[in-house]
Design a protein around this ligand. Structure first.
Ligand code: NAD
Ligand code: IPM
Ligand code: MN
Length: 346
C-alpha cells in the first residue's frame, strides 16, 4: 500500500513536544508514513506576519490527514492564531464533526470519587463549523461606556442536520445506542428549536437509537454526578468546547483527551489534535503529557482505515496508563512517549 501523506503542524508551546511523541508512536506501529512539517504558529507570525497563507492552505488540502499540536501564545493577541489558523483550518476543510471521546481507562485516577471505567465511556460529537464560532457580530462605540458588542450563533438547517445524522450513526454503532442532545433550548429558543426539531426528525431514520435531551447546565452537573447517563452526545460548537474540557477532567485529565476534526465525506484531510492547548505555563520543560496526542494518532489511524494499528495504539496507552497508578508518575514527555512506543513496537 502507498505511504500515508501526513501534514504535521506542531504549533506553539507544548505542541511541538507532544507531537514529537505522537510521531514516534506512529512510526513504531508499522505504518508507512510520510510526514511533512509545517512551520505555522506564533514564531511564523512574529517573523512574517502570516498565520495561514493561502498557498499553504491549498498545499495542506493534498494530504491524507493532518496532525496538530496546539496553537496560541501569550505574545500574540488572543484570537489571531486561534481564529486565523486553527479555526480557519476547521472551517476551510469543512470539519463539521469534532469528535471527542470521553473515556475513563481502567486504573486511571479521576477527579470523581468512586467512579469506575464502565461509568465513563461516551463520545461527544461537537459541531465544528458553525455556532458562536462563525465570527458574526460586531462592536459599536468601542472603548466608550456605551460600547455594544454582539457575537451571534449561526445555525443552519444543513449544518445541524449533517452533524446530527453523524451522531445518530455513531450512536447506532455503539452497544448502548443512546443519543443525548445537549443545548439550552429553554433560553436559546431560535437555535435550540432548530436543533431539537432536527434531532426529532432524524430520529425516525434510527428507530433503534434512544434519544434524550439535557440542558447544558444540567449536563455539566450530570458529567460529575452521573456520567453513566451519557453514551453519545451531540451539541453545538461552544457547548461542545466547554463540556469536553469537563469531560477531560472526569476521564483522567486534560493530558489524556484526544480529538479528531473530521470531514466524514473525506473531500478534505481530517485533522487530529489533543483537546488541550499550548500550555504556556509548562512549555519547554518536558512536563507535558503526550498521551492525548498519542490517542489522537490512534483516531487518525482509525479514520484512515488502519483499524488494527489504531487498536494497538489504544491498547498500548491503556497498558501504560494502568501502570501509572503503581508508580509511573514523574516521567517526562519523552519518557512517556518512549514507554508507549516500546509497547506498540513489541
Ligand atoms: P491549555 O489546555 O493550554 O492549559 C490548561 C491547563 O492544562 C494548564 O495548566 C496546562 O499546563 C495544563 N495542560 C494542558 N495540556 C497539558 C498536557 N498535555 N499535560 C499536562 N498538562 C497540560 O489551555 P489554556 O491555558 O486555556 O490556553 C493556552 C493557549 O492555548 C491559549 O492561547 C489558547 O487559545 C490555546 N488553546 C489552543 C488549543 C488548540 O490548539 N487546539 C486548545 C485550547 C487552547
Ligand atoms: C479547542 C480549543 C479551540 C476551540 C480554540 C483554541 C479555538 O479550545 O480545540 O478546544 O475553542 O475550539
Ligand atoms: Mn477547548
Amino acid at each position: 500500500s502507498r505511504n500515508i501523506r501526513l501534514a504535521v503542524i506542531p504549533g506553539d508551546g507544548i505542541g511541538a513536544e507532544v507531537v514529537a511523541e505522537g510521531l514516534k508512536v506512529l512510526e513504531a506501529v508499522g505504518t508507512k508514513i510520510e510526514p511533512t512539517h509545517y512551520d505555522l504558529g506564533a514564531a511564523r507570525y512574529h517573523r512574517t506576519g502570516e498565520t495561514l497563507p493561502d498557498a499553504v492552505l491549498e498545499e495542506l488540502r493534498g494530504y491524507d490527514a493532518i496532525l496538530l499540536g496546539a496553537v496560541g501564545d501569550p505574545s500574540v493577541p488572543p484570537g489571531v492564531l486561534e481564529r486565523d489558523l486553527l479555526l480557519k483550518l476547521r472551517f476551510e476543510f469543512d470539519h463539521y464533526v469534532n469528535l471527542r471521546p470521553v473515556k475513563l481507562f481502567p486504573g486511571v485516577p479521576t477527579a470523581l470519587a468512586g467512579a469506575s471505567a464502565e461509568q465513563i465511556d461516551m463520545v461527544v460529537v461537537r459541531e465544528g463549523t458553525e455556532g458562536l464560532y462563525a465570527g458574526t457580530g460586531g462592536v459599536m462605540r468601542r472603548g466608550t461606556p456605551h460600547e455594544i458588542a454582539t457575537q451571534e450563533s449561526l445555525n443552519t438547517a444543513h449544518g445541524v442536520e449533517r452533524v446530527v445524522r453523524f451522531a445518530f450513526q455513531k450512536a447506532q454503532s455503539r452497544p448502548r445506542k443512546k443519543l443525548t442532545l445537549v443545548h439550552k433550548t429553554n433560553v436559546l429558543t431560535f437555535a435550540g428549536d432548530l436543533w431539537q426539531r432536527t434531532v426529532d426528525r432524524v430520529a425516525a431514520e434510527f428507530p433503534d437509537v434512544t434519544t434524550d435531551y439535557s440542558h447544558i447546565d444540567a449536563a455539566s452537573m450530570f458529567f460529575v454526578t452521573q456520567p453513566e447517563r451519557f453514551d453519545v452526545i451531540v451539541t453545538d460548537n461552544l457547548f461542545g468546547d466547554i463540556i469536553t474540557d469537563l469531560g477531560a477532567a472526569i476521564a483522567g485529565g486534560i493530558g489524556l483527551a484526544a480529538s479528531g476534526n473530521i470531514n466524514p465525506e473525506r473531500t478534505t484531510p481530517s485533522m487530529f489534535e489533543p483537546v488541550h492547548g499550548s500550555a504556556p505555563d509548562i512549555a519547554g520543560q518536558g512536563k507535558a503529557d503526550p498521551t492525548a496526542t498519542i490517542l489522537s494518532v490512534g483516531m487518525l489511524l482509525d479514520h484512515l482505515g488502519l483499524h488494527a494499528e489504531a487498536a494497538k495504539v489504544e491498547q498500548a496507552v491503556a497498558a501504560d496508563i494502568a501502570e501509572r497508578v503503581s508508580g509511573g508518575a514523574g516521567r517526562s514527555t519523552g519518557e512517556i512517549g518512549d514507554d508507549i512506543t516500546a509497547r506498540v513496537s513489541g
